[in-house]
Design a protein around this ligand. Structure first.
Ligand SMILES: Cc1cc2nc3c(=O)[nH]c(=O)nc-3n(C[C@H](O)[C@H](O)[C@H](O)COP(=O)(O)OP(=O)(O)OC[C@H]3O[C@@H](n4cnc5c(N)ncnc54)[C@H](O)[C@@H]3O)c2cc1C
Length: 480
């Protein structure tokens, strides 16, 4: 049984890597000629970095990216700093890396595992046969072939053909304002080199995000008319031309933000993930991260169902878990965009006061940091498993790299464990610990156990009396 993945953007590539490392045959097609060469999504959030660590590729990201520490807000001669910490993670920063590099790292990883992208191959139709959809693909030669993969995943971006062919609505609306984006080389008048800079004035807003390349920045300016492409003039109008010196403009583009999502992520044997299912404002750098995390959520479930180990009902949880996340991301990013565009027109002081409030209140700062970094993401029945030290020198997250469940027991060896090892050995890693800090972090009593899913969320947590409950939990997912 194989999986056809349509679209080799960050979402499709992550899914392809995660399926392939679990031994699932993957066919990955993309209508483009080759890998993307635009900087597009820049921000890789802490939660995504944790997933890249699980995939074994985080070091390459850290080597190439820039560790953004926080935000500096400028209002006249005043400057406020908002640090992203305190974050309870190994990666307490926003990693800035152009999307083309993210795609390159994922593609190299995919190819190292023996994967290959079929470029210039386009999904052109999706026809029903014996209760399942089959994909019709146009090859680079112009020939049309039918693909017989058992599962199809549409990671084909905002204009998704799969979504159209399934007749799924993509409800929402466009924001009226156009945004101007530019990648530039130059200097910012601030000593805070690894911070995103927000310049506020009565004439408008401008954000400058530092890029990993020395003295390069992404500028984002909301509400710039389409016909206005003179960046220097817009910067002067917004009273920030004295705050930055531009030597070269590498790339300039204007775009309209949309807020849209599908009601469902699955129709029979076809799934949707990433921008194909949800698009929104780039405020806060959430889009690409949400797509990568869709892929991470789906991969292990699909792999175990294909291998015949798990019941197909496990796949129902993909939509149940990810739809509320997409809704929350749409809500949060729309609010942030409205706040910026509204304040720009009516009251930049309001925006400045908002940032000041964030800076002064540790609680608000912590909450915003956790939301933006996506560490606060939790599902109805599962919350993120925190990292914690263990007495053997390892940490809990070190055990989440082999794609298995992790059973963390704050107890001694018991006959129950021998039974669990025998029954679930190939899907479960068992670790015994008495580490008091780990217990504190997990808010666990002695004898408690925590069952952590392969995507790093807690599936089940209970005390000694409920060891059987854990077995029941696994029995509800896996055939034994
Ligand atoms: C200017 C800009 C700035 C952005 N900034 C940020 C940011 O700071 N942070 C952030 O998180 N997000 C940002 N985003 C959004 C981010 O780029 C997207 O969320 C991300 O690319 C989505 O990844 P994806 O893999 O789901 O889809 P895509 O990257 O769109 O990939 C879809 C792929 O599917 C292929 N395809 C489409 N149709 C077919 C077909 N019929 N057959 C075969 N292949 C097909 C396409 O060729 C494409 O390669 C930005 C986007 C833009 C445009």
């Amino acid at each position: 049984m194989s999986v056809l993945i349509v679209g080799a953007g960050p979402t499709g590539l992550t899914l392809a890597c995660e399926l392939l490392r679990r031994g699932i045959p993957v066919r990955l097609i993309d209508s483009r000629e080759k890998r993307g060469s635009f900087s597009k999504a820049l921000g890789i959030q802490a939660r995504t970095l944790e997933h890249f660590a699980q995939m074994g590729i985080v070091d390459e990201f850290l080597k190439r990216g820039l560790k953004g520490k926080g935000v500096a807000v400028h209002w006249g001669n005043k400057e406020l700093h908002f640090d992203l910490d305190p974050l309870e993670t190994r990666f307490p920063f926003l990693l800035v890396l152009p999307q083309m590099d993210t795609e390159e790292i994922l593609l190299t990883h995919f190819e190292k595992m023996g994967g290959r992208i079929e470029w210039k191959s386009t999904l052109v139709d999706l026809l029903e046969k014996e209760g399942k959809r089959e994909a019709h693909i146009q090859l680079p030669t112009g020939e049309r072939v039918v693909d017989h993969s058992s599962w199809i995943v549409g990671c084909d971006g905002a204009h998704s053909s799969i979504r159209h062919l399934l007749n799924l609505s993509f409800s929402g609306y466009p924001f009226p304002e156009l945004f101007l984006l530019a990648d530039i080389e130059g200097d910012i008048a601030s000593s805070l080199k690894t911070y995103a800079h927000f310049f506020l004035s009565r004439k408008g807003f401008c954000a400058a995000i530092p890029l990993p390349q020395f003295q390069q920045y992404r500028l984002i300016l909301p509400d710039v008319p389409k016909e206005e492409q003179n960046l220097l003039k817009v910067l002067e109008e917004r009273e920030c031309s004295d705050k930055m010196q531009i030597r070269t403009i590498h790339w300039l583009s204007s775009f309209q933000i949309q807020r849209r999502m599908t009601k469902t992520l699955r129709v029979g044997n076809v799934f949707l993930a990433g921008d194909a299912a949800h698009i929104h404002s780039p405020a806060g750098g959430q889009g690409m991260n949400t797509g990568i995390q869709d892929a991470f959520n789906l991969a292990w479930k699909l792999a175990w169902v294909i291998r015949g180990k798990a019941f197909t009902s496990l796949l129902d949880t993909y939509e149940k878990e990810r739809i509320p996340i997409a809704k929350a991301v749409l809500r949060g990013t729309s609010r942030a965009t409205s706040l910026i565009t509204f304040s720009q027109k009516w009251s930049p002081l309001l925006l400045f006061s908002f940032f000041k409030l964030m800076l002064l209140s540790k609680t608000v700062r912590g909450k915003v940091s956790n939301q933006l970094s996506q560490l606060a993401i939790h599902y109805k029945k599962s919350r993120r498993a925190p990292d914690a030290p263990l007495e053997n020198g390892k940490r809990v997250h070190d055990y989440l790299t082999d794609g298995k469940y992790l059973l963390l027991l704050f107890t001694e060896n018991t006959p129950f464990l021998t039974k669990m090892r025998k029954r679930y050995g190939d899907i479960l890693e068992i670790v015994l610990t008495h580490d008091p800090e780990a217990r504190k972090i997990y808010k666990a009593e002695v004898y408690e156990l925590v069952c952590i899913r392969p995507d790093g969320y807690i599936g089940y947590q209970a005390s000694k009396g409920a060891l059987l409950g854990c077995e029941q939990y696994l029995k509800s997912i896996f055939k034994t």
